[in-house]
Ligand binder design. Structure first.
Ligand code: FMN
Length: 202
């Protein structure tokens, strides 16, 4: 795929923010696939590639996804009902099982011939990396996106027929962005550089 006409990375990163209001304008399926193709290039521990995405465009089904995500509560709190508004909902899922499977392959066993002690649940790192590529891919395609965490994990699995070993982590709404209601969290501002970046030693 040719991405040379895309927005430069720095611009896309600075432009990206969670946009919680969308016009009704549709997004072509090929644009969605181009965005997800970026996610397929996310790094993953041991190249386990345990992430998967469910694309929901059917309005009735999307409304059910929105309900599970607590859209009514957002609406009551003064936000737009952005999950059902957006033409696309991508449910980002990850399978811990695929990491255990991969790390039981011979080249990944530890010196005792056992699966490693996981220092960090890398599956959640990897779905985060993939999701960020989706969020940035949306900006690159001149679209907007917002992530909401899945709380009713079993409800989402049942609704979308997600296999038992996959965990739906969040819903990425994508569409043409409109003027939205800002999250109160943004008032916190960005942390100071010196609190975030440490040179040589912390
Ligand atoms: C893991 C994760 C979970 C989030 N969950 C929600 C959510 O459930 N609802 C929501 O409105 N925003 C959610 N957000 C968006 C954050 O509130 C937002 O990223 C943060 O306020 C910074 O704003 P920005 O992304 O526009 O820069 C989530 C973000 C992340 C990374």
């Amino acid at each position: 795929m040719d991405t040379r006409n895309g927005m430069e990375l720095q611009k896309a990163v600075h432009k990206r923010r969670m946009v919680r209001h969308f016009t009704g304008e549709p997004v072509p399926a090929e644009t969605v696939n181009k965005i997800l193709e970026l996610a397929q290039h996310a790094p993953s521990a041991g190249f386990s590639q345990g992430s998967a995405y469910v694309v929901v465009t059917d309005a009735g089904l999307k409304k059910k996804v929105a309900k599970l995500q607590g859209e009514e509560d957002y609406g009551a709190a003064g936000f737009h009902r952005w999950i059902s508004e957006a033409p696309i909902a991508i449910v980002a899922c990850v399978s811990e099982k695929l990491y255990h499977d991969r790390y039981n392959e011979p080249d990944k066993l530890n010196e005792e011939g056992k699966e490693i002690e996981w220092p960090t649940p890398y599956w959640y790192f990897d779905i985060g990396a993939g999701s960020l590529l989706v969020l940035l891919g949306a900006v690159d395609a001149e679209l907007a996106a917002a992530f909401t965490g899945v709380f009713d994990v079993q409800g989402m699995k049942d609704l979308l027929g997600i296999p038992a070993h996959f965990h739906p982590v969040g819903v990425i709404s994508i569409g043409h962005g409109a003027e939205d209601v800002k999250s109160p969290s943004l008032k916190r501002g960005r942390r100071k550089w010196a609190d975030v970046v440490h040179y040589q030693k912390w």
